[in-house]
Design a protein around this ligand. Sequence first.
Ligand code: FAD
Ligand code: NA0
Length: 456
Amino acid sequence: MSLRVGIIGAGPSGMAQLRAFEAARAKGADMPEIVCFEKQSDWGGQWNYSWHTGIDGSGESAHSSMYRHLWSNGPKECLEFSDYTFDEHFGRPISSFPPREVLFDYIAGRVEKSDVRKYIQFNTAVRWVNYDEATEEFTLFSQDVKTGESKTYVFDKLVVSTGHFSTPNIPEFDGINTFPGEVLHAHDFRGAERFGGKRLLMIGSSYSAEDIGMQAHKMGAASITLSYRSGPMGFDWPSTTVERPLVTRFEGTTAHFADGTSGEFDAVIMCTGYLHKYPFLPSDLAVNSPNVLYPGNLYKGVVWQQNTNLFYLGAQDQYYTFNMFDAQAWFARDVMTGKIAMPSAAERAADIQSWLDTQAALADHDAEADFQTDYVRELINATDYPEFDLDAVSTLFKDWMRHKSEDILGYRDKAHRSVITGTMAEIHHTRWINAMDDSLERFLNGPSQNMDTNAM
Ligand code: FAD
Ligand code: NA0
């Protein structure tokens, strides 16, 4: 009997797992029996944009946290697949910070070419998974979200690739129940147009707060206040934007901050991150971690320590994304097929601990980028995933972070060089601050919008 592999989720990580098996098949390896379960009607995960918030059209929790005007926050050269380049997909150089639709097109283009859609059961949510120690089999219970039909499957190996930026982390604040304006979490944010002229309070000090804040600035918010728990982001913000320590309480429309200051607000957006949540898994198989670069209990960040038939992709906080998911998927594939032998439990535990110790000592963002670079390198070295210059990617991350420090509204106007093809990105026809049309068509073909809007 051939190997039976279940994959939960057809976002970029699940798509990487399908591509990894297909790449081996193309080199002559046997294809296992694969079923990939995707609760939405299309692949792409976070990149599969939907206007839905809360509950989607099938009565499931809406998965994607992306918003209409989202542009990549890191250079595309840092996430490029080494087996499917931007040049191959677009046939010409494009700029370094594409909008969501363009990146969706890129990731979908690769898997369409490898004909793996046939393995995916769309509109199918995984409801529960059991593991039988005696038979070493997973029993998976799925449900068609349109018809309600439930099915049972048995697998030898299980890949969890359901992402971890969909279940909002929602803190409480005194008085927020009676705040008269809109209160939402970043997960439910779809566009900042309606905040034009409004006084906006964002709680949190990471990517969501930064980018949704700057989206609101772009769309003409009257003011943006970023309230931090641990420390300010410290960018050179536009004049509309200030940082304050954490909110201590709300009184009507007034928010009071830990430094004794206060302000009046029309709306509050919680940019307070997300929870790892795996409601379909028993607790002894589920990652339980904050959002960190190396969650514990996963050997090489992929293999569940107490059950090496279980794999997680993309469970890390992410500098690297698409190419890291590839490195993980290639590694998971080779473990599943026995090409990579598992060391003893004690050796795995020691390996996990050494990564956790290194992680605990990381001093700054540059060190974090190097840490994840070393991690990705280790995975790639263990497999036949096409190598690329990872040190050059780490340098790109550092350049990007420096550009953000220099100009938080302008870093997306920079161009970077592909470490894989050597192609220099185009300078985009429209500065990010002036770009109001995020479509693939406009991005690729213009015309420029620089003359449509005044530079802000
Ligand atoms: P996801 O993309 O979350 O996909 C998981 C899939 O699993 C989904 O399709 C979901 O429907 C499915 N699923 C979940 N539960 C079940 C179930 N029970 N049964 C069946 N299917 C299920 N990365 C970048 O590189 N650049 C960016 O600019 C960028 N911007 C981001 C912006 C936001 C707001 C967020 C939240 C993330 C962003 N990311 C970005 C990171 C993003 O997480 C990754 O790019 C990528 O989408 C992660 O892929 P994934 O497959 O691991 O998870
Ligand atoms: P994210 O910013 O949504 O990015 C997710 C933040 O929440 C931290 O600042 C944390 O503070 C704060 N926080 C948590 N609990 C809090 C509380 N009780 N009170 C106050 N603040 C609290 O989440 P995190 O985890 O980075 O930060 C949580 C992902 O989405 C990232 O991978 C990012 O790349 C992606 N993203 C991308 C884009 C674009 O590409 C835009 C948005 C998000 P503290 O004190 O723990 O530091 C454009």
